[in-house]
Design a protein around this ligand. Structure first.
Ligand code: BV8
Length: 259
């Protein structure tokens, strides 16, 4: 995919320039430069001794509701304090440079929506929403307790059935919502270019998206400072942080657009 004298950014610009439909698939690395730790890093403080894949399950919540609810309250505080970096704003600008752009994110922090990206599919739900664990009755976010310190926190009870309230995210062992999954798979199978940003490609089924795009003939472009499970399927690899690579990519694309 790379011409000999081309840099990865130039090759990516060439692919984006001709792509009618572009999908950007993002993972936890997309929020790293906004101060939100990724899953593979050690968690800080109270949570350093727990494995996220242990805490992010219904079984953990039913066994230790205050610990799991407190962990999400801690993450919500991090997210509220987070400032979306230049890479987020570059993706908003990218909407004006390609015919059709959709963001499919594994992240639950809502940062793409916060900066104004228009079409965002949240495969794994959102920290901003709550529902009860037994019947998934919605629970008003403004009623959720917001403990100041990083401590365990008893979840509120559902006003309709009395079961404990959980964050409205997809836990390990849970199915993704059918609608958003179907839409994301359709986009991956019909896009002409897919930017894969900040994901280790370890969590299924989200990790299939770049493979679906590649099999459908799209150009797959990875943006990540480290090699990942996706690197082997990417036609173009931009080795670097999202906060630097995405602005550089969009600046080069917009210069090309004005030529
Ligand atoms: C499912 C929401 C059907 C919650 C998340 C055994 C039993 C049950 C299931 C399984 C099983 N074995 C496998 C499975 C399937 C399981 C899975 O994939 N497990 C993995 C661990 C092997 N998947 C599921 O359970 C899914 N459901 O399969 O249902 C089913 C049902 C029953 C039984 C079988 C199958 C549901 C998965 C969704 C889980 N929920 N999030 C919450 O957030 O608390 S997943 C969560 O972790 C994130 O959403 C994200 O998806 C994932 C973390 O991955 P990444 O985003 O890639 O982040 P990571 O930290 O790994 O990597 C960061 C990357 O960023 C790195 O590459 C790094 O280099 C890079 N980076 C760092 N800095 C930067 C950067 N990049 C750019 N710029 C930078 N500055």
């Amino acid at each position: 995919m790379l011409k000999t004298e081309e840099s990865p950014i130039q090759a990516a610009v060439r692919a984006l320039h001709t792509a009618r439909r572009v999908v950007v698939a993002t993972g936890a690395g997309m929020s790293r430069e906004s101060g939100i730790p990724t899953f593979r890093e050690a968690l800080t403080g109270l949570w350093a001794r727990y494995d996220p894949e242990e805490l992010a399950t219904e079984a953990a919540f039913r066994r230790h509701p205050a610990r799991v609810f407190g962990w999400y309250a801690w993450r919500r505080r991090l997210v509220r304090a987070a400032v979306p970096h230049a890479g987020y704003h570059a993706l908003v600008s990218l909407e004006g440079l390609v015919s059709e752009l959709a963001i499919v994110t594994q992240n639950v922090d809502g940062l793409h929506r916060r900066v104004g990206s228009r079409r965002v599919l949240e495969l794994h739900g959102s920290l901003d929403r709550f529902s009860c664990v037994d019947a998934r009755h919605p629970f008003p976010a403004d009623r959720a307790p917001e403990p100041e310190a990083d401590t365990e926190c008893e979840p509120p009870r559902c006003e309709r059935c009395g079961s404990p309230v959980r964050p409205d995210v997809v836990w390990f062992g849970e199915m993704l919502a059918a609608g958003v999954t179907a839409e994301a798979w359709d986009l991956a199978a019909s896009c002409r270019a897919m930017l894969v940003v900040g994901t280790s490609g370890l969590v299924q089924p989200a990790a299939q998206l770049p493979f679906i795009a590649r099999d459908a003939g799209a150009t797959v472009i990875e943006v990540n400072p480290e090699p990942t499970e996706i690197s082997g399927v990417a036609h173009i690899v931009c080795r670097g942080p999202a906060g630097a690579v995405l602005p550089a990519l969009v600046a080069a694309l917009s210069q090309g657009a004005t030529k």
